[in-house]
Ligand binder design. Structure first.
Ligand code: 15L
Length: 271
C-alpha cells in the first residue's frame, strides 16, 4: 500500500484517523465534501461530493487503497441517504474499479443488524436486519462490496462499526464501543492482509458485554487492546440519567430502532 485515500476526513472519525494514520503509509490523501477545519499545509486534500462521479474519480485517481468513511453517518431523510450513501457508495466503488484501486475498507455500521435483540450474540453470517434508512444504506454498501470483490477482484473489508469514542458513553456502548486505535488495527488488516477477498468484521474493542462474535476478525489477527469494562462505572452512571426506551433498550440498534417505530409493528423479536 503506497497511497491511501481516507474519505469523510472532516467527520469525527475521519479527523481522528488522519492523525492516527499519519506516517503509517507513504502517502495519504484525504477527501470530504468540506475542507477539514484543521487542514495542514502538508496534507493532500481533494474536495469531493460523493454523489458527483467526476469529483469522486478525481479523489480516487492514483490511489492503491481506500478507507471509505464518507457519507451520512446517522439516520436522515431518504433523499439524503440516497445521495450520500447509496449513490455515493456506488460512485466510490465504481471509481475505485475504474482507477485500478486494489483494496477498499468500507465503514459499515452496527445499524445494518440493529434489529437483533441484545440477548442474542450474532456473527457476520446472519441476514441483515437494518434498523433505519441509514442501516439499509450500510447493508447496501456491504452487498455492493461483495459484488465488486467477486466480480471485479477488489479486496473488500466491511467494518461494522459500533461506536468510535475515547470511552463508552452508556450501557449500550459498553457492548459496542470501538477505541480509535483498535479501529486503526482493523483498517490495517484490511489494507495489508494477503488473504482478504471480501470480509465483514465487527468494529468493536475487547468488550466483555459484546453482542457480536468477531471470530472472523480474530482469524485475520485482530487483537483489540482496549476494554470497555475499564469504563463501566462512568458509562453506567451516564445510563442512569437516561429515560427508559422499551424498544431501543431491547434491540442492539438502540434509538435507531425506537425512532419512527410503529406501535402496532408487532411483538419485539425474541431471537
Ligand atoms: C453509527 O453508525 C453512527 O455513525 C454513530 O454516530 C453512532 O450513532 C453509532 O452508530 C452508534 O450506534 O452508537
Amino acid at each position: 500500500m503506497k497511497k491511501v485515500l481516507i474519505t469523510g476526513a472532516s467527520g469525527d472519525v475521519g479527523t481522528r484517523l488522519r492523525k492516527l494514520m499519519k506516517g503509517v503509509y507513504p502517502e495519504i490523501r484525504i477527501s470530504d465534501i468540506k475542507k477539514p477545519a484543521d487542514l495542514r499545509a502538508d496534507e493532500d486534500f481533494v474536495q469531493a461530493e460523493l454523489s458527483n462521479m467526476a469529483e469522486v474519480e478525481k479523489a480516487v485517481a492514483g490511489i492503491d487503497g481506500i478507507v471509505h468513511l464518507g457519507g451520512f453517518s446517522v439516520e436522515g431523510p431518504w433523499e439524503t441517504i440516497l445521495n450520500s450513501n447509496i449513490v455515493g457508495c456506488y460512485n466510490l466503488f465504481e471509481a475505485a474499479r475504474k482507477a485500478g484501486v486494489k483494496r477498499v475498507i468500507f465503514a459499515t455500521s452496527n445499524h445494518a443488524v440493529g434489529f437483533y435483540p441484545r440477548r442474542r450474540k450474532i456473527g457476520t453470517d446472519e441476514p441483515v436486519r437494518p434498523d433505519s434508512r441509514y442501516g439499509v444504506s450500510k447493508a447496501f454498501g456491504e452487498a455492493l462490496g461483495a459484488m465488486y470483490a467477486y466480480k471485479h477482484g477488489l479486496s473488500v473489508t466491511c467494518l461494522r462499526i459500533g461506536n468510535v469514542a475515547d470511552s463508552p458513553i452508556d450501557l449500550r456502548r459498553l457492548s459496542i464501543w470501538l477505541h480509535p486505535e483498535d479501529l486503526v488495527q482493523l483498517i490495517r488488516i484490511g489494507l495489508e492482509h494477503p488473504d482478504i477477498r471480501n470480509e465483514i468484521f465487527y468494529g468493536a474493542s475487547d468488550n466483555q458485554r459484546a453482542w457480536w462474535d468477531n471470530e472472523t476478525a480474530f482469524r485475520f489477527g485482530y487483537r483489540p487492546k482496549h476494554k470497555a469494562e475499564d469504563f463501566r462505572e462512568p458509562a453506567l452512571a451516564a445510563q442512569a440519567k437516561l429515560a427508559a426506551d422499551p424498544v431501543g433498550d431491547w434491540y442492539q440498534g438502540g434509538t435507531f430502532c425506537s425512532n419512527e417505530f410503529d406501535a402496532d409493528a408487532g411483538k419485539l423479536a425474541q431471537f
